[in-house]
Design a binder for this molecule. Structure first.
Ligand SMILES: CC(=O)N[C@H]1[C@@H](OP(=O)(O)OP(=O)(O)OC[C@H]2O[C@@H](n3ccc(=O)[nH]c3=O)[C@H](O)[C@@H]2O)O[C@H](CO)[C@@H](O)[C@@H]1O
Length: 367
C-alpha cells in the first residue's frame, strides 16, 4: 500500500501521524510512505529524523479576522493544491490521510479532487478550521472524542482514537527514567506545556522551584525549546534543586511517560491520548488561546470522569501548582483511583482501528 500522510505545525498533529506510520510499518513491511508538510513547521525536523520521505509545500493558515493576509493565503492555497496534485500524481498513493494543521488543507483537498481515497484524523473534541473545511470532500473522518461527531457529516465519522495511544504502550519506564536523568526510586512528576512549551506554566514552575526542592518526589520539567535558555538562567539564579531535571524537549516521550506517576501539562489532545492510554493521573492547565477553547473541552472530558484535575490558567500560580501536585502525588489512594479512571478512557488499539479503516477504504476503491 502506498500512503501519503500530511499533518503539521505542532507536535499534536505530527506525532499521531508518525505513530500511525510506525504501527503500519510493523504490520505491513511493504507499505510505502510519503509525508507532505511545510518547511517551517516542526514536521520538517521530526519527520526526516524518522527516515520517512518528506516533501514540502508552501502554505500559511487563515486568520480568523478579515485581512489582506487572507487574500494571500487563498492564492497560496491554490498554489498548494497545484503543487500537491503534482506530488500526488508522481507518488500515486492508494490513500491520503491528513492529521490536522493547515498544511493538510491543500494536500487532502487535491487528493479528493484526484479521486484518491481520503481520511482526516481529528484529535480534538472541537475541530479546527482546516478539518471542518475538508470534511465536505473526504471519504472518512476519524475522531478521538465522541463530542467531535456533532461538527461533521455523521455518515463519514468513525471513532478510532489517536494512534499515539497505541505507540506509548509496552515501553520500559526504567529505561525512560534513566534516559531523562531521573532516579528509579522516587515518585516522578512530569511538567510540560505541550510540544512547544507554555510561558504561564514556565513562570509558575520557576517560582515554585525552591518549594519543589523540599518535596519527597522528583520533577522532570520540559520547558519547550524556545523557552529553555531563559528558564535555565532563572533556575540557576535560584539554585537549581537536585530533584528537578530541566530539559528543553525530549524525543523519547513514550518511554519517559512509562516511568511517570503524574503529568502536569496543557490539554492538547495528543498528550491526553497518551496519558489515558497509559492510565497516568494528570493536572491539566488548558491553553485558553486555542480555537473555540477546545483544550478546556478536551480537559473536561477527563476531569468529568475523575481521570484528571483541572487547573484553569487564571488560577495557575506557584502555590496552586504545588498544591495540585501534592494533593495527588502524596496520596497513594488518589493516585490509584485516578489511574483506573484515566485508563478507562484510553484507546490503546487506536492505530489498529485507523489502519483497518484505511484498508477498508482502499478495498472499496478497488471494487
Ligand atoms: C497551542 C495549540 O494550538 N495546541 C494544539 C496542538 O498542541 P500540541 O502540539 O502541544 O499537542 P499535544 O499536547 O496534543 O501533543 C504534544 C505532543 O508532543 C509530544 N512531546 C511534547 C514535549 C516534548 O518534549 N516531547 C514530545 O514528544 C507529546 O508527547 C505529544 O505527543 O495540537 C493538539 C492536537 O491537535 C491540540 O489539541 C492543541 O490545542
Amino acid at each position: 500500500m502506498k500512503i501519503v500522510v500530511s499533518g503539521g505545525g505542532t507536535g499534536g498533529h505530527i506525532y499521531p501521524a508518525l505513530a500511525l506510520i510506525r504501527e503500519i510499518q510493523k504490520e505491513n513491511k511493504d507499505a510505502e510512505f510519503l509525508y507532505i508538510g511545510t518547511i517551517n513547521g516542526l514536521e520538517s525536523k521530526l519527520v526526516p529524523r524518522e527516515n520517512i520521505s518528506f516533501k514540502s509545500i508552501h502554505i500559511t493558515g487563515f486568520k480568523r479576522k478579515l485581512s489582506f493576509e487572507n487574500v494571500k493565503t487563498i492564492f497560496r492555497f491554490l498554489k498548494g493544491v497545484t503543487d500537491s496534485k503534482r506530488i500526488l500524481k508522481e507518488f500515486k498513493p492508494d490513500i491520503v490521510i491528513g492529521t490536522g494543521g493547515y498544511v493538510c488543507g491543500p494536500v487532502v483537498y487535491a487528493a479528493a479532487k484526484l479521486r484518491i481515497p481520503t481520511i482526516i484524523h481529528e484529535q480534538n473534541s472541537v475541530p479546527g478550521l482546516t478539518n471542518k473545511f475538508l470534511s465536505r470532500y473526504v471519504n472518512k473522518i476519524a475522531i478521538c472524542f465522541e463530542e467531535a461527531k456533532n461538527y461533521f457529516p455523521g455518515d463519514k465519522v468513525v471513532f478510532t482514537g489517536n494512534p499515539r495511544a497505541s505507540e506509548v504502550i509496552g515501553k520500559d519506564g526504567i529505561k525512560g527514567r534513566l534516559s531523562a536523568g531521573l532516579s528509579t526510586t522516587m515518585p516522578a512528576v512530569l511538567i510540560f506545556g505541550g510540544s512547544r512549551g507554555a510561558r504561564p506554566i514556565n513562570e509558575a514552575v520557576v517560582k515554585a522551584l525552591s518549594e519543589l526542592a523540599e518535596k519527597p518526589y522528583q520533577v522532570l520539567y520540559i520547558t519547550g525549546d524556545v523557552h529553555y535558555e531563559a528558564v535555565k538562567k532563572e533556575a540557576e539564579l535560584i539554585g537549581s534543586p537536585k530533584n528537578v531535571v530541566i530539559k528543553p524537549f525530549i524525543h523519547n516521550m513514550p518511554e519517559v511517560l512509562a516511568g511517570i506517576d503524574l503529568v502536569v501539562s496543557r490539554a492538547g489532545a495528543t498528550t491526553l491520548a497518551e496519558i489515558t492510554s497509559l492510565g497516568i493521573p494528570s493536572v491539566l492547565v488548558p491553553s485558553p488561546y486555542v480555537t473555540n477553547n477546545h483544550q478546556e473541552k478536551n480537559a473536561r472530558s477527563l476531569s468529568n470522569h475523575g481521570a484528571a484535575e483541572l487547573l484553569l490558567e487564571k488560577d495557575l500560580n506557584s502555590k496552586s501548582l504545588v498544591n495540585s501536585i501534592d494533593q495527588i502525588l502524596l496520596n497513594n489512594e488518589i493516585v490509584k483511583e485516578m489511574r483506573v479512571k484515566a485508563k478507562k478512557i484510553g484507546v490503546p488499539d487506536s492505530a489498529e482501528k485507523l489502519y483497518a479503516l484505511m484498508r477498508q477504504l482502499v478495498k472499496e476503491k478497488q471494487k
